[in-house]
Design a protein around this ligand. Structure first.
Ligand code: MG
Length: 304
């Protein structure tokens, strides 16, 4: 143990964990914090408070926190696109949307083959501008995080939306409840969390990895990379060395590219999601149940 913040399980973790750094709590008072995204040009972070139907804003210049948007379509996961625009997964909107530079909202994807999406959960933008997202049922299972409804699609898939031609394609259709997702730094691999254990006692609680096809538009068969040893993985991000930083029941788990758990950031609340931010992208922001935390690391985020 370096500090009360970091738990070292493999010596590979030592190079990422500063010895004099501690976890900081930046805000509390949410019901379920999710979907962090950092905007370097504005030096602020947005995140979702899903049951309260609001998006929060933490200002890096003075540390203040305010409500960015409410109501907010019970937004969940967020990311930035290549132009720096906010991309949102909306439970109640049952879509993935984009905030334009003039502030207006554009729905990017709401239906697949004529059927409404369930409740998009988490999203990542690839270097070609395509928008990849997961669509489990958590936002339609009850009225708590959206509007209760039956699934029209009848399954929970991973999709790719191409803003060039507005086409939406299902890229993974054999998961139970796909959740957080991220690409490896070289975009040769897509990592996707499956939290199917929430709906079946023997369901998955693991991260799968899928190799990208040569054209970068689809993926091959998946394989289990890591099973969560404490609660569930939810959201994840990848650093420049290809390590995965994933939310879990006892904090943030750091997995080496081979899937081995090499260390943890201990967090006193269940962690839903993380993102890298700060001017150097070396600060990990952590959405954990009621609170927003942050910790500096000796690595940088690979992407938004
Ligand atoms: Mg999630």
């Amino acid at each position: 143990m370096l500090t009360d913040t970091f738990e070292v399980l493999d010596e590979r973790f030592l190079r990422y964990a500063p010895g004099n750094v501690h976890l900081e709590r930046l805000h509390t008072g949410c019901r379920w914090a999710e979907g962090p995204v950092y905007f370097p040009a504005g030096r602020y972070l947005l995140w979702s408070d899903i049951p309260n139907d609001r998006v929060m804003r933490w200002d890096e210049t003075d540390g203040s926190v305010s409500v960015f948007e409410q109501p907010a379509w019970n937004a969940n996961g967020h990311t930035r696109d290549l132009q720096g625009r906010l991309i949102s997964c909306e439970h109640r909107g049952r879509c993935v949307s984009r905030a334009e530079h003039d502030g207006s909202r554009t729905v990017l994807a709401s239906h697949h083959e004529g059927r409404r999406l369930n409740s998009p959960n988490d999203v990542v933008v690839k270097s070609d501008g395509s928008v990849w997202f997961t669509d489990p049922t958590y936002g339609i299972d009850s009225d708590y995080e959206g509007d209760a409804a039956a699934s029209e699609i009848g399954g929970s898939h991973v999709y790719r939306f191409d803003p060039q031609d507005d086409r939406l394609g299902a890229v993974i259709t054999d998961m139970s409840k796909p959740n957080g997702l991220a690409f490896s730094p070289d975009e040769q691999w897509l990592y996707v969390v499956d939290t199917g254990i929430s709906h079946a006692p023997d369901g998955p609680r693991h991260i799968r990895r899928h190799r990208l096809e040569a054209d970068g538009r689809g993926v091959g068969q998946g394989e289990v990379l890591a099973t969560c040893s404490a609660g569930l993985f939810d959201g994840l991000r990848v650093d420049v060395d290809g390590n995965l930083w994933a939310g879990a029941g006892d904090g943030v788990h750091c997995l080496a590219p081979d899937g081995q758990l090499i260390g943890k950031i201990r967090v006193p609340e269940v962690v839903a999601n993380v993102c890298f931010g700060g001017p150097k992208r070396n600060r990990l922001f952590i959405c954990a149940t009621r609170s927003l935390y942050a910790v500096y690391l000796k690595t940088r985020g690979a992407a938004a």
